[in-house]
Ligand binder design. Structure first.
Ligand code: HC1
Ligand code: SF4
Length: 570
């Protein structure tokens, strides 16, 4: 807008505001690239910027007449800058920004046709398109092409894509990312001893320098093999995010369309992870009631988030006994598919290949864990992220919203509303409370909505009435919010009996395998999609799930324990 570019506004700002914040207050657009738009809930830090992109360069003229070019995202205003004149837009600044954008472009290998972002919007290209780049003046590629670094168990690091924005360094909840070297030789390293595979770095990387290791080729090979029976399960959080790639609003629940599309991709059976979420709750609620009786290892903490498990194993191993022994829904479903369903439908379990579509990169690690197998038979063979599924659908010409809706394959597919809300922060705890209440009191919780644990505050605590007694519970999301809660347990002063922890801000709806971006408003909309599905469900309690009851009765206690529970060791 020409008027803003040439106009002048006067703003009064709080001490220590950045120039960028002052510009926002004055309604002046100031570009940025390396900045994260927001920090996760519970983070004490201000929105982050490394100041490395140079796109927010502005001219600052102090009242004394001294002028300098500064970074609007980082420069903080104090009383010393009273009366300063800041120029955000000018022909000279445009040229400076062009030059800085060119430097970013030069670091990127720019192999767009093989880029794993696929059809997702490319933030880097969108930004560069607005600049007059002088690439012809430089040799390109400027950096020698490198093969991807595959030393991380679930992530591929393509260093010659990295433009050094350093957003990943800031979003990483465990300080696993480092930038080493100087200048042109600066490069990104992920510490394998700290990384918990949460994939939040892939969510904020604008340049496909960190991406999930794809399993698409292996899944296609299994689908093409006439000797295999390929099953697929779909996690709760996937259904409310996948539509974003097809122009639908976050939160639109596409489970019916997904069932139709997955069959068209060639899957022989389509199971719903909601079923296994209900199964998990029935197992976990019984475990909690048992521990409440004996007092053993309280508080009990949920165990369905594999990045969280990895975090406890790495940083708080003495607290491992507090984890529920339940395997995650992904793994429970995989285990019972091969060990029960195959038998029911008369298929040799060794012909079954289990695929899981998850909003999560850490689920790829979970599927490979030693405990997650029955002898040589893996519970889950391949994990695809939501993003990989989107790529497969688009490659097959399937426009998801147009695919006729179908229902999942019976026996492992009935899911209650309680199972669906697993995908949002607080959902596992809420689902568990509904069932624990019934187990302890013999009566149904009058209102299944446990409002006290809803929302997106980083830590949420509530007191739950169970007949004659009450228990304290808490929900935590985002690993940066976890240490004070764990410290209380270590010191023996935790007030809680039961805690839900999800590594990703927002829970699984904000998982590292979901469509790109760190935007809590989008994550909230996805969660609302799950909560409104729950509210409209004919059954809202995991213990009412008839398929779960049938399966548990058929397995018997020993097999149920062997297949559905485990112990985590440091
Ligand atoms: Fe999750 Fe879970 S909720 S961990 O986020 O317990 O990934 O959606 O599938 O296993 O159900 C993920 C989601 C998912 C498991 C369930
Ligand atoms: Fe950090 Fe998670 Fe990325 Fe690992 S996957 S480097 S823990 S943000």
């Amino acid at each position: 807008d020409d008027r803003v570019r040439t106009g002048r506004v006067t703003v009064t700002v709080p001490e220590n505001s950045t120039i960028k914040q002052a510009a926002d207050l004055g309604g002046v657009d100031c570009p940025t690239f390396c900045a994260l738009p927001e920090m996760p809930p519970g983070s004490a830090e201000p929105p982050y910027t490394s100041g490395s992109c140079g796109l927010c360069t502005v001219d600052l003229q102090l009242a004394c007449g001294r002028t300098s070019s500064v970074c609007a995202c980082r420069y903080r205003l104090t009383s010393a800058e009273d009366g300063a004149v800041i120029t955000v837009h000018s022909a000279r600044l445009d040229s400076t920004r062009d030059a800085n954008a060119t430097l970013l472009a030069l670091r990127h290998r720019a192999s767009c046709i093989t880029c794993p972002l696929g059809s997702e919007p490319c933030e880097l290209r969108t930004m560069l398109a607005g600049h007059d780049l002088g690439l012809e003046r430089y040799p390109h590629p400027y950096l020698a092409p490198e093969p991807p670094d595959v030393s991380n168990p679930v992530l591929d690091v393509q260093r010659d894509n990295c433009v050094l924005c350093r957003r990943c360094e800031r979003i990483c909840p465990v300080g696993a990312i480092q930038f080493v070297g100087r200048g042109r030789d600066t490069s990104l390293l992920i510490d394998p001893d700290r990384c918990v595979s949460c994939g939040q770095c892939t969510q904020v990387c604008p340049a496909a320098a960190i991406v999930e290791r794809p399993a698409i080729r292996q899944v296609r090979e299994a689908l093409a093999d006439p000797d295999t029976v390929v099953t697929v399960q779909v996690a709760p959080a996937v259904r409310v995010a996948v539509g974003e790639a097809f122009g639908l609003a976050p939160g639109t629940n596409l489970i019916g369309h997904l069932c139709g599309a997955l069959r068209r991709l060639g899957f022989d059976a389509v199971f719903d992870t909601d079923f296994a979420a209900d199964l998990t709750i029935v197992e976990e609620a019984a475990e909690l009631v048992d521990r409440l009786g004996t007092g053993h290892a309280l508080p009990m903490i949920t165990s369905c988030c594999p990045a969280w498990i990895r975090y406890v194993e790495t940083f708080w191993p003495d607290l491992l006994p507090h984890l529920s022994t339940c395997k995650s829904p992904q793994q429970m479903l995989g285990a019972v598919t091969k060990n029960w369903w195959a038998q029911q439908v008369g298929i040799d379990p060794d012909r079954v290949v289990n695929v899981a579509v998850m909003p999560c990169t850490a689920k790829k690690l979970e599927a490979r864990r030693e405990e997650m197998a029955d002898g040589p038979r893996r519970h889950v063979d391949h994990v695809l992220t939501t993003r990989e599924l989107i790529r497969m659908l688009k490659a097959s010409g399937l426009h998801l919203p147009d695919v006729p809706e179908e229902t999942p394959t019976p026996m492992l597919s009935e899911g209650s509303g309680a199972g669906t809300i697993f995908g949002a922060t607080g959902g596992v705890l809420e689902a568990a409370v509904r069932t624990v209440h019934t187990l302890v009191t013999g009566t149904e919780l009058a209102d299944p909505d446990v409002h006290a644990v809803r929302g997106t505050a980083g830590v949420r605590a509530a007191t739950i009435g169970l007949g004659g007694r009450t228990v304290e519970v808490a929900v935590v999301h985002g690993l940066h919010n976890v240490p004070p809660v764990l410290q209380q347990i270590r010191e023996g002063s935790s007030p809680y009996a039961f805690i839900e922890v999800m590594a990703c801000p927002g829970g699984c709806v904000g998982g590292g395998g979901q469509p790109h971006g760190f935007d809590m408003a989008v994550r909230r909309q996805r969660a609302e999609g799950l909560f409104s599905t729950d509210a409209a469900s004919p059954s809202r309690r995991s213990h009412e799930n008839k398929e779960v009851a049938t399966l548990r009765a058929a397995l018997g206690d020993d097999e149920r324990h062997r297949l559905l529970h485990t112990r985590y060791r440091a």
